[in-house]
Design a protein around this ligand. Structure first.
Ligand SMILES: Nc1ncnc2c1ncn2[C@@H]1O[C@H](COP(=O)(O)OP(=O)(O)O)[C@@H](O)[C@H]1O
Ligand SMILES: [Mg+2]
Length: 217
């Protein structure tokens, strides 16, 4: 199974959510998890490397893709299909740039998790990204998640935005609130507060995946 965190907007929370989700899944699922860092900035991979200093055990492997011009393990469509059909869970953390080389991942992912914020810039780029998935005829189920959500801030176009996104995928009921504790996330374990900050939306995602694929992850 392929679950991809993507949207073209940088800073939307893709990597933070991808790390938190990988850690969370490791705790609740017996399936093997593997992460592919597709972002040239390698934030997920670098964090994971840094965490080798940690006393806690490594819980998954992270591989960088698209780092150089060498032949890429995922260049071949057959490889993507193999990952898709596997019992293991492959998590992809994508870059913000819209690039040809991501298109196969966007097309063949089972689920694409799209973090967004309620600001004009984020809303615009989320709509562009949603349209791109449509143009690519992506097979993936789209899951929209409110990221860095601030309860006290009222975005004037929120009802329209919610309505629009709901036409194209699942808009999670529970947001991930803006929380400082999520800025110090590591790739080994979620602490109690971090887990609390993500568990409601993540449980919604997992429930949806199980229902869509008629499985238990
Ligand atoms: N829920 C949150 N609350 C507070 N800060 C967050 C939250 N999610 C992400 N951040 C911070 O926002 C910045 C961008 O997040 P990141 O996950 O790197 O985004 P992306 O991968 O989409 O570029 C990082 O500094 C991160 O720590
Ligand atoms: Mg990132």
């Amino acid at each position: 199974m392929i679950i991809t965190f993507a949207t073209q907007k940088g800073g939307a929370g893709k990597t933070t959510l991808a790390i938190a989700f990988a850690n969370y899944l490791t705790e609740i699922s017996s399936r093997k998890i593997k992460v592919f860092d597709f972002d040239f900035q390698k934030s997920f991979f670098n964090k994971w490397k840094e965490d080798e200093e940690s006393e806690l055990p490594k819980i998954y492997d992270v591989e960088v893709i698209g780092d150089d011009d060498e032949e890429q393990p995922l260049a071949d469509l057959e490889n993507i299909i193999e990952l898709k059909e596997s019992e293991e869970i492959y998590l992809f953390d994508l870059a913000g740039t819209l690039d040809q080389k991501y298109s196969d991942i966007l097309i063949y992912s089972d689920f694409i998790i799209i973090p967004f914020e309620y600001s004009d810039v984020s809303v615009k780029s989320t709509l562009v990204f949603k349209n791109l998935l449509g143009l690519l005829e992506s097979q993936a189920e789209r899951i929209f998640i409110r990221s860095k959500y601030d309860k006290s801030y009222k975005y004037r176009n929120q009802p329209e935005m919610d309505k629009e996104l709901s036409k194209y995928g699942l808009l999670l009921e529970n947001p991930v609130f803006k929380r400082n504790i999520l800025q110090s996330i590591d790739t080994r374990k979620l602490n109690y507060e971090q887990k609390n900050a993500v568990k409601k939306p993540f449980n919604e995602i997992i429930e949806y995946i199980n229902k869509e694929l008629k499985i238990t992850i």
